[in-house]
Ligand binder design. Structure first.
Ligand SMILES: CC(C)(COP(=O)(O)OP(=O)(O)OC[C@H]1O[C@@H](n2cnc3c(N)ncnc32)[C@H](O)[C@@H]1OP(=O)(O)O)[C@@H](O)C(=O)NCCC(=O)NCCS
Length: 247
């Protein structure tokens, strides 16, 4: 059900934003939560191949919240988009559980080829793993991975993988050493349970899980395309075929 996770989404805002004083306040006044509700609905429409309706709904959400989430993006549980204005989450982005994004963050695509049609269905946007925090104004670009529990500083431009548990800052982003571990822990109050790099085994399991999720989605998409192609071919009275362009 579409509102099944609403309670835990609200709780996540309560836990990570010290300014949130009540659940009603979060429900009524947080565009990040509103954008997430719209996204959950538009994503369901997208998966059912009601793609124009899904896109239109996300467009309405953008007008209302100033947050643009493509309905094709995969988003896990308890995402918090704090403030939110200017956030853009691209079509092939994958976001794990308990991720926090501040305003003006872009999870953007890069163009590996000048032929834009060749990029259809290709992974072009980042994967942000569980518990990561992306600071305001950060631009995370391309099919890279921000690892479990990693932090990206405000206004960073990230074009390469960020390993689990580290902090990346600057343009281009580099790994930063926190001057003061206690100060670094203050940011934990905003939702990052980082206290040194996570167990490498846990990080590997998360990576494998993400890869499996990506492959399952790809297989489902290919299967749907094949069925559509067969239906089109039968409608035209020709022998069914599967176009290599769509594979
Ligand atoms: C990245 C961040 C989490 C680092 O916090 P931290 O672990 O406490 O790190 P420190 O403050 O000790 O800084 C470590 C180094 O990174 C640098 N640094 C920190 N944040 C930076 C940033 N956004 N851009 C560039 N450099 C940055 C510091 O100058 C320091 O460099 P130095 O060692 O050469 O002096 C924090 O600075 C940040 O940007 N948070 C985002 C917060 C945000 O977006 N808030 C929005 C709320 S509305």
């Amino acid at each position: 059900m579409i509102f099944k996770g609403l309670q835990e989404d609200i709780d996540a805002f309560m836990a990570r934003d010290p300014a949130a004083r009540s659940r009603w306040e979060v429900l009524l006044c947080y565009p990040g939560l509103h954008a997430l509700i719209y996204y959950r609905l538009s994503h369901k429409l997208w998966k059912r191949r009601w793609r124009l309706v899904g896109r239109f709904l996300s467009h309405v959400a953008k007008l209302l919240t100033q947050i643009e989430i493509h309905p094709g993006a995969e988003i896990g549980r308890r995402l918090v988009i704090d403030h939110g204005t200017g956030v853009v989450i691209g079509e092939t982005s994958v976001i794990g559980d308990d991720v926090t994004l501040y305003h003006a963050v872009t999870l953007g695509g890069i163009a590996p080829s000048v032929d834009s049609t060749a990029q259809i269905g290709q992974k072009r946007h980042p994967t942000v793993e569980d518990g990561a925090i992306i600071g305001s104004g950060a631009q995370v670009l391309g099919p890279i991975t921000v690892g479990v529990g990693a932090r990206v500083g405000a206004n960073a431009v990230v074009t390469k993988d960020v390993p689990p548990g580290v902090t990346a800052v600057g343009i281009p982003a580099r790994v930063a050493m926190p001057r003061d571990r206690e100060k670094a822990k203050e940011f934990v109050a905003y939702g990052t349970p980082v206290d040194g790099p996570p167990d490498p085994l846990v990080a590997t399991i998360h990576n494998l899980r993400e890869q499996l999720r990506g492959m399952a989605a790809r297989i489902e998409d290919l299967e749907q395309r094949r069925q559509e192609q067969e239906q089109d071919d039968m409608g035209q009275g020709s022998v069914p075929r599967f176009s290599a362009r769509n594979s």
